[in-house]
Each structure stands twice: as C-alpha cells, then as structure tokens.
Ligand binder design. Structure first.
Ligand SMILES: N[C@@H](CCC(=O)N[C@@H](CS)C(=O)NCC(=O)O)C(=O)O
Length: 251
C-alpha cells in the first residue's frame, strides 16, 4: 500500500476540516477505506510551504504531493477502483462530475463570501474559528487575513454580491440538491455515495460549524432529505458528524 498523508486545515466538533475541499478529500479517503495519516496545517504560511499552489488540501502519496481536491480525487479513483468514487455508468459519471464541480468550484465561493465578506455571517464564522485565539491573533486576522480573503472572493465575483444574492444562491443550490436526491438516498438514485455526494456533503457539514447557528444550518434543517443525505454520506465514510446531525437533535 502507498504511504498517504493528507495535509489539511483542522476542523472540529465532528467536521473533518473547516475547508470543504479538504473535507471532501478526507471523506474520499475514508470511503475508500484507505490507510492514511492527517497532518493538520494551522496557517497560510504553513500551507504555502507544503503546497505548490499555496492551497490545501494536498495529498502526499509516497512522497509525491498533489494539490487540488478534484485532481486528488482523480488519483484516488485510480488508486482505489473498488471504492466506487465515480459511478460505473459513463452518463452518470459525467453528471456526478458536474455535481462535484458545482459544489467545489461554484457554490464553494458563495459559502466563502458568506464566511469572509458578508458582515453578519462573517462575524459568526470568525467567532467560531478564532473566538478562542489570543487577542493578537484575532487582530492580525482582521487586519491581514480577512482583507486578503475578501480580495480572493472579489476576484471570483462572489465577494461583490450582497447578502440577499448570496443567500438566494444558497437556497437555489439546496433546492437543486433536493431535486437531485429525489430518486434515492444518493445523487442520481444511487445506493452509495460518489464524488458529487462527497462534494455536497463537504459543504453541508460546515453548517453550524463548531456549534454556531448560521443561515445554512437553518436552511438545511428545513430540508430533511438533505440532512439525511449528509448523515448517510458521512456514515458511509465512518463519520458521525457534528452534534446537530445526530437524530435526537434534528427536528
Ligand atoms: N479548488 C481548490 C481550492 C483549494 C482552496 O482554495 N483551499 C483553501 C481552503 S478552503 C486554502 O487552502 N486557502 C489557503 C489560505 O487561504 O491561505 C481545491 O478544490 O482543492
């Protein structure tokens, strides 16, 4: 077996990583029952040391480092063909990949802008992520990191949208996912998760990050099919998930 190390940002309280792409890769590794080690990366500077792109996740396979969650999953598909990361049917494979890109490369930015740019939702997130950090760290985050993240969000367009537009995008994405799940427990009526399911779950699991109530959590709770999809996807990966997902805490 190859020696596999996942370099990712930490998560907490049942969420593998605060980063959806890192979470997606961890879910894929777990779904594939791969043996791997996690190396938690705690700063942007550290991420730049480990990643050619400066971004995480990075998956190290026998010393070779691959950045970008989509490319990593391509490799995992080859390494673990029996894991079913991609559907066998070619038509389903295409649709599955579109779901993955929709979650990882499009709606990701809506969530990013809600976390880093839109003031009310940004404050909830910053409190969850840095609430317990030192005064100096929190100051540095606000002075340097938040503006840098805002610039990134603006380059991608999401940072220029107002709260109503962003939340409207979230609502439409959730409605699409609900429609996509109408035929069965996983996307396209499948009975096991594939890459698209992992990508959606890696976003939805971020709701209520570290026990905070935020708009995504309220919206998911109104859509039991999506909560059930998240629960089943995480269960297939051997993860219980955050407390709000446990049957007793779900209305
Ligand atoms: N498209 C990339 C996105 C990777 C990405 O943007 N990662 C963020 C975390 S979610 C990152 O590493 N940010 C580093 C930083 O902000 O310093 C993927 O799917 O892997």
């Amino acid at each position: 077996m190859p020696k596999i190390v996942l370099h990712e940002f930490p998560g907490g309280a049942g969420v593998p990583s605060v980063s959806p792409p890192c979470t997606k890769v961890e879910l894929a590794l777990r779904l594939a029952r791969a043996e791997f080690k996690v190396r938690q990366v705690r700063s942007g500077a550290e991420a730049r040391r480990v990643s050619r792109t400066g971004r995480l996740p990075v998956l190290e396979i026998d010393g070779e480092r691959i950045a970008d969650s989509n490319l990593i999953l391509d490799r995992l598909e080859t390494l673990f063909p029996e894991a079913g990361l991609a559907p066998d049917d070619p038509q389903q494979r295409v649709v599955d990949r579109l779901w993955e890109h929709f979650a990882t490369d499009a709606i990701y930015w809506t969530g990013f802008a809600l976390r880093w740019v839109n003031p009310p939702t940004r404050e909830i997130f910053l409190d969850a992520l840095f609430g317990r950090a030192s005064w100096l760290t929190r100051r540095m985050v606000r002075l340097f990191f938040v503006p840098a993240q805002r610039r990134r969000a603006e380059i991608h367009g999401a940072g220029l949208k107002d709260a109503g537009t962003l939340l409207g995008e979230v609502d439409r994405a959730l409605a699409m996912a609900e429609t996509g799940l109408a035929g069965g427990p996983f996307l396209q009526g499948r009975d096991r998760p594939a890459r698209g399911d992992l990508a959606l779950a890696s976003l939805h699991v971020q709701a209520g990050f570290r026990g905070r109530r935020e708009p995504l959590l309220e919206r998911l709770e109104r859509r039991p099919a999506l909560v059930e999809h998240l629960r089943r996807t995480l269960a297939a990966c051997g993860i219980d998930g955050p407390a709000w997902l446990t049957p007793t805490s779900t209305p």
